[in-house]
Design a protein around this ligand. Structure first.
Ligand code: LIP
Length: 262
């Protein structure tokens, strides 16, 4: 596990340094994906290429799932799950909340995760059963926060039909919580929760590469991560908070039927 974590951290650091160096001149070169607001920059692709090359050089035969390149087949029980830039819109606009996210899964279970929030100068790491860390500091999520006092992060998908429902849902949540944050990077939201900077997070429509590494950071900080009605976290729905607050927020969200699109 330590070897996986060390390798993932070295690679995430190298990708983050490359992105920091090239962003000022190259971030404007974009293509669109699922909708006109869903963008991929030339640097998302360059970052994923770099990560794939480094993983393949060190661990030939492992499988890799990446946001931009899809799944590369392989025989190994080990799969690397890569988001080369989570928070691409922030990256494009020069906002600091974007991250390189790398998780290592063994037999379908994430055992190590690294989130390099390079422009913040923060690298979050976690290993299964061994805790979550920001540099030398062990992370613990907030506990005992009632829903009415909770600072809750969420996000919105790129499709208009999904956003219409997400707007309704957040309008219903807002009067019951301290406040809402929309940071623009699922990975950073989950790491911020692990660091006690947020109390809860929910979102419909995030992908495996968005939450694989940061989800481990959050759970290793003591938070519960799951879907609605006892289901595991998935692109259908992600909810994360300390036990207690998780259930309170779940019971507010579930009747709103937030897994639908308009
Ligand atoms: C983004 C997420 C963000 C979410 C967006 C999108 P990308 O990832 O991290 O929180 O609200 O829908 O999925 O596209 O920047 O990798």
């Amino acid at each position: 596990m330590t070897d996986f974590l060390r390798l993932a951290e070295d690679i995430a650091r190298e990708a983050g340094d490359m992105l920091l160096a090239k962003r000022p001149t190259m971030s404007g070169e974009v293509e669109t994906k699922s909708s006109p607001t869903d963008v991929v920059t030339i640097l998302d692709k360059a970052s994923e290429e770099l990560i794939r090359e480094r993983v393949m050089a060190a661990r030939p035969g492992d499988r890799i799932l990446g946001e931009e390149g899809g799944e590369a087949p392989g025989e190994s029980d080990v799969r690397w799950i890569v988001d080369p830039i989570d928070g691409t819109v922030n990256f494009l606009y020069g906002l600091p909340d974007w991250a390189v996210s790398i998780a290592v899964e063994v037999n379908g279970r994430v055992v190590a995760g690294v989130v390099n929030a390079a422009q913040r100068g923060e690298i979050y790491t976690a290993a299964l059963g061994e805790g979550a860390w920001l540099g030398g500091e062990r992370l613990r999520c907030t506990t005992g926060v009632p829903l009415a006092q909770a600072l809750v992060a969420t996000g919105f998908g790129y499709s208009v039909r999904r956003r219409a429902v997400q707007g309704e849902v957040v309008a219903a949540v807002l009067p019951s919580v301290r406040d809402i944050r929309r940071g623009g990077s699922c990975a950073i939201d989950l790491c911020s929760l692990a660091a006690g900077r947020l109390d809860a997070y929910y979102e419909r429509g995030i992908n495996h590469w968005d939450f694989a590494a940061a989800g481990l950071v959050a759970t290793e900080s003591g938070a519960r991560l799951g879907g609605l009605h006892g289901r595991p976290v998935s692109p259908d729905f992600a909810l994360c908070a300390a036990p207690g607050l998780f259930e309170e927020l779940h019971d507010l969200l579930a009747p709103l039927d937030p897994e639908r699109d308009a």
